[in-house]
Design a protein around this ligand. Structure first.
Ligand code: FAD
Length: 258
């Protein structure tokens, strides 16, 4: 299997760095091909701007979405963006690894998504009409591929439990897992979350890597989160609300899981 790890932590000698090294070694030992996009080491450009579409008409106002489409379609994207898209095409599975910072991903990784997910590549794909609102949420250019988050948190597992003060971890990660991964077509595997990181020592690290290793061994067989697919009958189109009779009585993120 080809596995791409998109990794965001500024310090190689960190818990994240150790988990990343473990993941690479574990996957390679199992015979998988691995590429790592180490965003800090690559000095990844975080912000999307006119330099991402070098051939654009400079007399026109920069439009993040349309200019990304024109650059993508004409093959004139910034080379760093094109390289990451090529890695995504190559990968069967993509692991996104990062520390939870302010209930989300570090800005450098968000900037990777903003820039690599060009219009025409990750969105704006497929027929757009009143009966088919694009190939997305379960369909799209990245369908057939699997994705998994590997996340570390300072907060305890109980803080992220169903009644925990931070909100359930599945809710905290929903915009990433549903909005950034399921949207362009990935099958999204349940996340691997390492909680309470300030208490990690040699013994907990060993327990953690044993659990992570088991998740890596089952990347191809783990059942994805059963998010409802947009174009498979659960939603009224173009309103894109759940139909009567689907998840009745449920609202919010949980209603979009079958
Ligand atoms: P490190 O600090 O590198 O390490 C953590 C512990 O692991 C240390 O005790 C270290 O000694 C030990 N360790 C490291 N490597 C090894 C090894 N090889 N073997 C054994 N032990 C090892 N947390 C939340 O829950 N929610 C938030 O919203 C949130 N927001 C944050 C925002 C910011 C800007 C920052 C800086 C932190 C935030 N945090 C939050 C905390 C953050 O998620 C954790 O600090 C982070 O996940 C820890 O990962 P790390 O790789 O940086 O760990």
């Amino acid at each position: 299997m080809n596995v791409l790890i998109v990794y965001a932590h500024p310090q190689p000698r960190s818990l994240n760095g150790a988990l990343r090294d473990f993941t690479v070694q574990h996957l390679q030992a199992a015979g998988h091909h691995v590429q790592v996009s180490d965003l800090y080491a690559m000095q990844w450009k975080t912000t999307i701007d006119e330099h991402d579409a070098p051939q654009r008409d400079p007399s026109e106002p920069f439009h993040a979405s349309l200019d990304s489409m024109k650059a993508y379609q004409s093959g004139t994207q910034s080379p760093d963006i094109a390289r990451e898209q090529e890695k995504l095409r190559w990968a069967d599975t993509v692991i996104f690894q990062f520390p939870l910072w302010w209930f989300s991903m570090p800005a450098i990784l968000k900037g990777w998504v903003d820039r690599v997910y060009a219009y025409g590549f990750a969105y704006g794909v497929g027929e757009h009409s009143d009966t088919h609102w694009g190939d997305r949420y379960g369909e799209g250019s990245l369908s057939g591929k699997r994705a998994m988050l590997v996340v570390t948190t300072g907060g305890w597992e109980s803080h992220y439990s169903a009644r925990g003060i931070n909100g359930p971890i599945d809710d905290v990660l929903f915009p990433i897992q549903h909005g950034m991964l399921f949207y362009p077509g990935f099958d999204v595997l349940p996340p691997f979350v390492a909680y309470r990181t300030s208490r990690v020592d040699g013994a907990t690290f060993e327990t953690m890597t044993r659990a992570l290793g088991a998740r890596l061994d089952s990347l191809a067989t783990t059942a994805p989160i059963p998010y409802r697919r947009q174009n498979h009958g659960d939603y009224d189109i173009p309103a894109l609300t759940l139909k009567n009779g689907i998840a009745d009585g449920k609202t919010g993120f949980a209603a979009h899981i079958a």
